[in-house]
Every structure is written in C-alpha cells, then in structure tokens.
Design a protein around this ligand. Structure first.
Ligand SMILES: *[C@@H]1O[C@H](CO)[C@@H](O)[C@H](O)[C@H]1NC(C)=O
Ligand SMILES: *[C@@H]1O[C@H](CO)[C@@H](O)[C@H](O)[C@H]1NC(C)=O
Ligand SMILES: *[C@@H]1O[C@H](CO)[C@@H](O)[C@H](O)[C@H]1NC(C)=O
Ligand SMILES: *[C@@H]1O[C@H](CO)[C@@H](O)[C@H](O)[C@H]1NC(C)=O
Ligand SMILES: *[C@@H]1O[C@H](CO)[C@@H](O)[C@H](O)[C@H]1NC(C)=O
Ligand SMILES: *[C@@H]1O[C@H](CO)[C@@H](O)[C@H](O)[C@H]1NC(C)=O
Ligand SMILES: *[C@@H]1O[C@H](CO)[C@@H](O)[C@H](O)[C@H]1NC(C)=O
Length: 795
C-alpha cells in the first residue's frame, strides 16, 4: 500500500459487489484463465516451507546487536535523526521499500527543574531534591552528559510554592474521598504515587481538584515484594528497583472530556506543515508536575508524619519512614519549578513495505523508536530490536523467492511516548487508505521486559494467536510450547485493548483489528525500571533477557503470525469469537443498569430522532470505510424498536412495539438487542465454517473444473472483504460521548483510567452517569451495529 500516492485527495468511486461481479467476470475471464493456470502462487506444491526459512534466519540471533545500537544514544521524540536513517537503511537492506514520513508536532523538551522543601516562616531551604538518578559504575547508560533529565512530557511550566498533601493514586475516587475526609486540595501541591491509572489523568484530576502542582513518585509497593525491605538487593546488584530510579513519562490526558491521542494541537487531523493548530489544553494540563524517586520523596513525605488525617488503609504504600498521613503540615511548603521548551518540531516515522500480490490487503507491524531515556532497552528497544529481526526473517523469505499474498508493512514510530504521536498522526493522515487496505495491525512496544507472555487484542484474532503459539517452543526448558506456557499462566485469556500504545489509532479510531504482544515482567522477575535510566542494555542483558532468547522468540512468533495472516488465501479471523465476546460484554454492561430503568418507557422523541439522523450519517460513513461491503440501504434496520421507516420520513414515527401494541420500554430494547446479538453469534458461526470450507476448497482447487475455480476466486474475494471490514462496522462516526476521536463502539480505553480497556463504552458511561436518554441512544447504536453486521454476513 502506498499511502503517499493513494492519499492525494482524489475520490475513487467504489464499485459495488454486483458491479464487481459483472466487471470481474466479463473483463477478467481471459486474464484469469492465464492467471489461474500459470501463476506460481496457484501451484499446489509449495516450493519451500516458509516457516523453515524464518526459523533458519532466526537461528542467528542479532536482537542483542540491535538492542545495543538503539540504546547507545538518547533518542527522545523528534531527536536523533541518525537513528531514523539507520533504521531506514536496515529496512532497505532486508528488502523493504522504505521512506521517512515526517509530521510537525507539538512537543516539550526539558530545560530546567527544581524542588525544595522550605520552612514556611523563615523560607529557609530544609531539603533540596537533586531530581537525578545515580550514575552507576556497572551501567554505562546511566552515566555521561547525554542522559535525559527527569521530567514529565507536556507538564506545564511554572514555579509554585505551596503546602502539600498525599493523594494516593490521584484517581477521581481518591479526590472524592479527600473531599469526604474534609481535606482541601485547593491551592496545594498534590503528592501522588504511581499506579492504578495513567499518569496524565493524575495531573488532570489534581488540576480539577484545585491543586497548583503535582509531584509523582514511585512507591516500593509497586514492586511486587521485590524490595530491599524483603531482602532483595537493588539494581545493579540485584532485582529490586534502584532507590534513585525515576519514572519519566507523558502527562497528556488520554482520557476524560475532549481527550484524544496524538498531537494535542491537531486533534483528529494530521500535523502536516501549515495545518491549523488548536489550543492543546483539552488534552494537556495547566499546572506544573515533576516525577521523583522514592529516595528523594522520603524526606518530603516524612514531614507529613502525624499531620492531618491518616490515610485509609488501601492508600498506604511501603515507603520506609513515612506513616501515610495525608497532611498538610502547616509549617513547611514545597517549591516546585518546571521549565520546558514547548515547541513545534518534526518527528519521523520510518515506513517499510514488501508488496504482496493483493495490494488492497496489508498487515502492519509497528513499534515506536523514541524513548524517555538514553537506553530504553525494554521500552521500546526490545520492540525495535524484535522489529528488525522480523524484517530480517521476512527479508530472507523474500530473498528465497517467496511471494507474499498480502503486503507486509513495518512502522518504526516516533513520538509514541508523548501521546502516541507518530502512529496517530499517520493514522489520521492515511485514514481512508488504511481503512480500505489494512487487514490487521500488530503492535510491539515493550516486547520483552520479563518472561511472561501477554497477548491482548481484537477477538477476531484469538484463535490465530493461540494457533501460532502452538507451533513454537517457550524459550526456557521444560515449559513445552509457547501455547502451554500461555495457557498455564493465563488460561488462554486474551484481554481486549485499552490504550497506552500505538494500536490505539488503528483499533479505536479506524476499526482495524489489532494485537499487542509482549513478554512482560511478573512474579519472580526483576523489577522493570520503566522510563528510568536503568531500563538499559546492561539491565536487559543481565536481568531481563540474558542471551536475548525472549527477543528471539518474539521475532519468531510475530514473523509466523504475519506469515499466517499474509499467506492464507482466506483471511483467518474468528468472527464467532468476536460475536461471543460482544454478547458477554453486553451482558456485563446491562448488569450495571439500574433495575428500575428496565420498565421505563422510551418516550423522548428527541433521542430517537437524534439516533435516526446520526444513523443516516453513520451508515454513509460505514459504507465508505468498508467499501460497501456492509450495505446500508437498510437504514435503521430495527423495526421493533422504531415504527416502519416510511412513517419516520419527517419527524412523526410511532414508538410502538409492533407486535404488542404498547409503548417500548428500555427492557424491550435490551431484550431485542440480546436477541440480535445471539443471532449474530449464530450467523458468525456459519460464516466461520464457510471460511474454513472456502480455504479447503482453495487448497483442493486443482480438482475443480476451470469455471468453478473462477467462481471460487470471486467467492473468496467477497468473503475476505466481509472479513476484513467486519470490525469497521462497529465504528460510530460521531464518536464516544465527550471524546469523539474514539469511534469504536465496542472497545475503548477507560475514560477514568487511560490505559485499561473498556467494552461497550457508550452504554457503560451513560449508565455510570445515570443518563437514561443517553443510554437509550447507545443501546440503539449497539443494536444497529449488530444488525448491520448480521444482515451483511447472512446475505
Ligand atoms: C553481533 O554482536 C556480536 C557480539 O558482540 C558480534 O560478534 C557480531 O559480529 C555482531 N553481528 C552483527 C551482524 O553486527
Ligand atoms: C560530553 O562528553 C563527551 C565525552 O566525554 C565530550 O566529548 C563532550 O564534549 C561532552 N559534551 C558536553 C556538552 O559537555
Ligand atoms: C521561583 O519563584 C521563587 C519565588 O517564589 C524565586 O525565588 C525563585 O527564584 C524562582 N525560581 C526560578 C527558577 O525562577
Ligand atoms: C509548627 O510550628 C509551631 C511553632 O513553631 C510549633 O508549635 C508546632 O509544633 C509546629 N508543628 C509541627 C507539625 O512541626
Ligand atoms: C526550543 O526548541 C526549538 C526547536 O524546536 C529551538 O529552536 C529553540 O532554540 C529551543 N528553545 C530553547 C529555549 O531551548
Ligand atoms: C524464583 O526465583 C528464585 C531465585 O532466582 C528461584 O529459586 C525460584 O525457583 C523461582 N521461582 C519460580 C516460581 O520461578
Ligand atoms: C441460534 O442457534 C440456536 C441453536 O441452533 C437456536 O436454538 C437459537 O434459536 C438461535 N438463535 C437465534 C437468535 O437465531
């Protein structure tokens, strides 16, 4: 897929299926005759075993080499163009056509910072925090004059002096609790611990509570018991977190009202030169914030001992010497100073492609390249090293003469750390192209930070993800296959995606099935010193993955997965798994609805009117992004919910249940939606078995007479397009309530958590907000989406 060419703005009139049939048969007969007989891809005897070629290539393990290269110099977003060019050269060396894709984005770079504890009366400095991580002799990445200062991307500039209070994780609930306890945060600095929610939301909620600044620290309670208090030595002498370790990171909001990932000055459109810029403050904060280590925060928090209310039990961490009193202490203040350079500056994605035979079907494998620190061996360079190994393996396959059926695209994203900038800007720039052509997006990011395989993704990919795991060994002896390991650890559970990495734009904005892969750290693994100087080559090669065997395993897994997605004639998605999850999640969402609402009549004409208008818009939108494969001439195909369409032509439509001649209640609507979901479950079961059947027919096509082969070709083409666009049909053009960048009606990140995934967000949020009319609207949207898909698949 060539987005540069295809995205020049001209509109292509898309042929409808029937038209495609006629045209295809009429014009394509002769061409096909030759094609079917002579094309080598139609030979039933494979010339080589592509999986063996991949395994052969990856017998040599160069992941450690790439890790060393990527962690040698700092590469904050929009810096280190040398690494950009090097990545492009590597892609080219491995047979991928490559180019550098530039966006001008709003970023903030550290200039200066300061944090002092002051005696309130005398203003004498009692303690000045160095705001620095120790340079360790054993770890060269922690030394030198090119380490990145400790800071939080997009934290506002400011210099404030104020009393401070401890606010736990800084969730919305935590601030409510403080109010309840009579603690006034207004005008104070909020000291908050990492954990529970995305750090940007901590700043957002603190700001909303009236705080004037935020200090975020790493509490040892985060470390799963791998702490000095439990006898574990600190890095680099042992697996515990170093006491000076600081977690940098972005404080973009990623949740809440108006939130959208990407450049905060260009929400919803690409940051190409000359575009109009918006005020970024719906996505970033207005108060300064700093990150700090547990060592440096201790003297500050100790001053709160015995001051104010003692924190509730679940608010207490494991900081030694601090009794978790909330404060404030009226005799001391903090001076917090943050200075950054807010600027619009280029970032660079590196694009690589091996063209497949089907240009309109592509698999994208992406990983970001930018890091908060000089090293970043886990995040993102375990992913970057793995991506290059995948490139090398697939390059070997290409060299061996293998013809990829679908295109394989690699993306080395920039600016992920600040708020998924590179991927989001690209996704916004090439939206139509991507929706038309991409089959699946596979995401890496922190591919190896421990030894526990974690997969999450769109349910259409569940079966495939597990199948591929059966064909590879777990890197450590005695564990059996990757599949055995995964089942043992997770019972095979593949959770849905939230946010926090580059799949977000693909799944939640564009409706493209996505996967996130990683060997994560867990029980018994060394603490992952996330976004700290100690996420270094030394750490990964000594503690997380000596010998880079998990990197090697990651490369094998994703190469196999890409191959499987690219090579099978029939796209191997499990639509039934998706439908089953839809039903399960809908049950869960409905469970939250207040019981007394089910009897309530749906009387608000305006809600239904709005729904109809939006549905009209949305139908055209889905029609466009799925090239007509999810036909929409059945506008609002839900007669039990609304009166027949002809009545609704202007504004008058009767809200009667046609059968029972009584007014429609929420209960009726929910009941009907359940029925539709069950029907979709049945239909997708048939659809999936048809997929398998078509693949078998294809595998045995040599036995078919010539004309049947032609028919099979078109059947598969049509079937594949329905499969490919299946998830697009769950988009809603207007987007979610108060954050309309998020278009997926089934999967979104939680508005209160940022990272964690949420299902049927519209339904759940309306329930949470006790907004009956909005709930009706969102169940209506769900019902229409389900019906649309059922109608299309059942044809
Ligand atoms: C990879 O690293 C090893 C060990 O440092 C070295 O011997 C080898 O030459 C390197 N290979 C490449 C291709 O850089
Ligand atoms: C940083 O250190 C290197 C190597 O020690 C030195 O060559 C360089 O001049 C230093 N740069 C700055 C800005 O101090
Ligand atoms: C911050 O403000 C204080 C006065 O409140 C001032 O003394 C100090 O110099 C300021 N810091 C910086 C770096 O400007
Ligand atoms: C604050 O200062 C006052 C006056 O010096 C003193 O009486 C009080 O004990 C101090 N409070 C704390 C918590 O140190
Ligand atoms: C801010 O960054 C821009 C590059 O985007 C640079 O030109 C400018 O000099 C920087 N300003 C400061 C004060 O560092
Ligand atoms: C955890 O690590 C210790 C020491 O490295 C080892 O002895 C023990 O067997 C490990 N436990 C598990 C469950 O892997
Ligand atoms: C789905 O299939 C089952 C089993 O064949 C059947 O009992 C049920 O009525 C079907 N449900 C719908 C809604 O079509």
């Amino acid at each position: 897929m060539d987005s540069k060419k295809e995205h020049s703005g001209e509109r292509i009139v898309r042929p409808r299926l029937a038209l495609a049939y006629v045209k295809g048969i009429a014009i394509g007969l002769l061409f096909l005759a030759a094609f079917l007989h002579f094309s080598p891809s139609f030979s039933s005897v494979p010339l080589l075993d592509p999986e063996q070629v991949i395994l052969k290539a990856l017998e040599t393990n160069l992941a450690g080499n790439w890790s060393k290269k990527y962690t040698a110099e700092s590469h904050l977003a929009g810096t280190n163009f040398g690494l950009v060019e090097w990545t492009k050269e590597k892609f080219e060396e491995y047979g991928f056509e490559s180019y550098i894709d530039t966006y001008d984005t709003y970023l903030s770079y550290p200039i200066d910072h300061g944090l002092s504890l002051l005696d309130k009366k005398s203003e004498k400095v009692l303690y000045k925090a160095p705001l620095k991580e120790d340079a360790l002799k054993k770890d060269s990445t922690s030394q030198g004059n090119d380490t990145v200062p400790t800071f939080l991307g997009y934290a506002a500039n400011g210099n404030v002096t104020a009393e401070y209070v401890y606010v736990n994780y800084g969730t919305e609930k935590d601030f409510e609790k403080l109010k309840e306890l009579g603690v006034d945060v207004t005008g104070k600095i909020a000291v908050v611990r990492y954990g529970a929610i995305f750090r940007g939301l901590k700043v957002k909620f603190a700001q909303e509570a009236g705080a004037v600044a935020v200090l975020i620290y790493s509490d040892p309670a985060e470390d799963n018991g791998i702490t000095p208090a439990n006898g574990f030595k600190q890095y680099p002498d042992g697996p515990a977190r170093h006491e000076s370790s600081v977690q940098r990171g972005s404080v973009q909001f990623l949740g809440g009202k108006g939130a959208a990932p990407g450049d905060p000055t260009t929400p919803g459109y690409a940051s190409k030169p000359g575009v109009e810029r918006q005020d970024p403050h719906s996505s970033i904060g207005k108060i300064p914030a700093l990150p700090i280590s547990y060592r440096e925060v201790t003297p500050i928090l100790k001053k709160l001992n015995g001051q104010g209310i003692k924190a509730p039990k679940e608010w207490r961490g494991e900081l030694e010497g601090y009794d978790y009193s909330i404060g404030p202490n009226a005799n001391v203040t903090l001076n917090l100073y943050n200075e950054q350079n807010f600027t619009i500056t280029p970032i660079w994605n590196v694009y690589g492609e091996i063209r497949g035979e089907n240009h309109d079907e592509a698999i994208i494998i992406g990983n970001h390249r930018d890091a908060w620190i000089k090293g970043g061996a886990g995040d993102p360079n375990s992913g970057s090293a793995t991506l290059l190994e995948i490139a090398r393996a697939l390059g070997e396959l290409k060299k061996a003469g293998y013809k990829f059926k679908r295109s394989i695209i690699l993306q080395s994203w920039d600016g992920e750390e600040y708020g998924l900038l590179g991927s989001t800007e690209y996704g916004e720039f090439a939206a139509k192209d991507l929706q038309r052509n991409v089959v699946a997006y596979l995401n890496l990011d922190a591919a190896v930070t421990g030894k526990h395989l974690r997969l999450s993704g769109s349910p259409v990919l569940n079966e495939l993800l597990l199948d591929v795991a059966k064909r590879l060994e777990y890197p450590e002896d005695g564990e059996g296959s990757l599949y055995d390991h995964f089942i043992k650890e997770t019972k095979g559970r593949i959770p849905n995606l939230g946010s926090g990495s580059d799949y977000t734009v693909f799944l939640e904005h564009l409706g493209i099935p996505s996967v996130d892969f990683g060997y994560s750290n867990g029980k018994n693994d060394s603490v992952y010193q996330y976004h700290s100087n100690y996420d270094s080559y030394h750490w990964i090669s000594t503690f997380a993955d000596p010998g880079f065997v998990f990197h090697n395993s990651a490369a094998k897994y994703l190469s196999f997965l890409s191959l499987e997605l690219s090579s099978k004639e029939v796209i191997k998605f499990g639509l039934n798994d998706y439908a089953k999850d839809l039903l399960k999640y809908f049950k869960e969402a409905v469970h939250e609805i207040p019981k007394e609402w089910f009897k309530k009549e749906i009387e608000s004409e305006s809600v239904l009117n709005q729904l109809l208008t939006h549905d009209f818009d949305n139908s055209a939108f889905i029609d466009e992004v799925s090239q007509g494969y999810y036909p929409t001439d059945t506008l609002f195909p839900h007669p039990e919910f609304l009166a027949p369409r002809q009545c609704s032509h202007n504004k008058v439509f009767q809200m009667y249940d046609v059968k029972h001649h009584r007014n429609l209640t929420l209960g009726d609507l929910v009941h009907k939606t359940f029925h539709d979901l069950k029907q979709l479950k049945n239909i997708t079961e048939i659809f999936d078995s048809k997929s398998k059947d078509l693949q078998v027919q294809y595998d045995n096509k040599d036995l078919l007479p010539f004309w049947k082969r032609i028919k099979l070709h078109f059947l598969i083409k049509h079937h594949n397009k329905l499969t490919q666009y299946f998830e697009r049909a769950f988009l809603y053009k207007e987007g979610l309530y108060e954050r309309n960048w998020f278009k997926h009606v089934v999967f979104a990140s939680g508005r209160h958590t940022g990272y964690a995934g949420q299902t049927w967000p519209g339904v759940r949020e309306a329930t949470e907000d006790l907004d009956f009319d909005r709930l009706v609207k969102w169940i209506g949207i769900a019902a229409v989406a389900v019906k649309r898909v059922s109608v299309s698949l059942a044809v």
